[in-house]
Design a binder for this molecule. Structure first.
Ligand SMILES: Cc1cc2nc3c(=O)[nH]c(=O)nc-3n(C[C@H](O)[C@H](O)[C@H](O)COP(=O)(O)OP(=O)(O)OC[C@H]3O[C@@H](n4cnc5c(N)ncnc54)[C@H](O)[C@@H]3O)c2cc1C
Ligand code: FES
Length: 281
């Protein structure tokens, strides 16, 4: 059992948790994730390790309510226990001194990019971070991202903060003004695909962190398979990061939609019951 040490709302529908998991905290590296199960009957969901505190023996996860399990998790309180919390899983991000790196994040991907930019900056890279959100209220971790970047640029759909438009509009300006050696993108699939199209045109190496449906996280079930350069890869053990220019985006988009109807029914049932009984402490 893994204790919730703290829980904070950082934006509407987004919570930051510190979970007591000293063994994971010791080994976690940027780019890795955990798979958790709230209780015996719960489904297993993957979440990125957004940080680790060695002295407290805790791991930080940042969760956006997307459906039943994430909503149930967000209802849990400080002092509650999560049944299973397994990790660190997946390959760590390849951290090298590339020169100038542009890190592009959208939505809750901002939490996922934070450990990566911290590690890239510590390695001596110039880090330009571009964060996108629908509106200013949905921008998360602004101070932490700013502290870990040489430059922070913001794009919002409604223009309430930074530039009005998409992260790709900002990225285009950046790569036209200065030599960017590597782009790292994490966020909604359409955003990562748009970044990949832009950087392919400009011939800039680009890494993306993919978010296919995962079940066991050990390479056994095949749920997380993605096609990269015409080959099948299991994102949980061979990823989650891949060369953006080699990902079969259409296949990923269609595989993510396979359970949409069932996910909707399950979330509606969950809400009509007033949430998760097991998480009400
Ligand atoms: C490596 C990885 C890291 C992730 N990191 C984060 C993170 O740090 N913070 C965060 O908020 N979200 C993260 N996600 C997404 C998160 O796992 C899903 O939002 C969550 O599983 C949704 O479950 P649900 O029951 O709440 O919603 P559901 O209604 O079941 O699903 C909502 C949508 O989430 C996706 N999804 C559903 N089940 C899974 C699953 N088992 N595995 C992956 N995706 C699924 C599907 O696209 C689905 O349409 C990550 C996903 C992956 C693969
Ligand atoms: S989640 Fe089962 S093989 Fe990757």
């Amino acid at each position: 059992m893994f204790k919730i040490l703290s829980k904070k709302e950082i934006a509407n529908n987004i919570r930051s948790f510190e979970i007591q998991a000293p063994d994971i905290a010791k080994r976690a590296k940027a780019g890795q994730f955990v798979i958790l199960r709230i209780n015996d009957n719960g489904e297993r969901i993957p979440l990125t390790i957004a940080g680790a505190d060695l002295s407290a023996g805790s791991v930080r996860i940042i969760v956006q309510e997307a459906g039943k399990t994430t909503a149930a998790l967000c209802q849990m309180k400080e002092g509650d226990y999560i049944k299973d919390f397994v990790g660190p899983l997946g390959h760590a991000t390849e951290i090298k001194n590339y020169g100038t790196v542009a890190a592009v994040a959208g939505g809750v991907g901002t939490a996922e990019v934070l450990p990566v930019i911290k590690a890239l900056k510590e390695e001596g890279n110039k880090v330009i971070t571009i964060v996108g959100a629908r509106c200013e209220d949905l921008l998360i971790l602004r101070d932490e991202i700013e502290a870990a970047s040489d430059e922070l640029l913001i794009a919002t759909d409604d223009g309430s903060c930074g530039r009005k438009g998409f992260v790709t509009d900002v990225l285009r300006d950046v790569v036209e003004k200065e030599a960017v050696n590597v782009v790292y993108a994490i966020g909604p699939v359409p955003m990562m695909k748009a970044v990949a199209n832009l950087t392919k045109e400009k011939n800039i190496k680009t890494m993306v962190s993919l978010n296919p449906i995962m079940v066991d996280g050990t390479g056994m079930c095949g749920a997380c398979r993605v096609s990269v350069d015409g080959e099948i890869k299991f994102a949980c053990v061979e990823g989650p990061e891949f060369d953006a220019h080699k990902v079969n985006w259409e296949e990923l988009i269609s595989r993510l939609a396979v359970f949409k109807d069932l996910e909707k029914i399950s979330f509606e049932k969950f809400k009509s019951r007033g949430g998760c009984k097991c998480s009400q402490g």
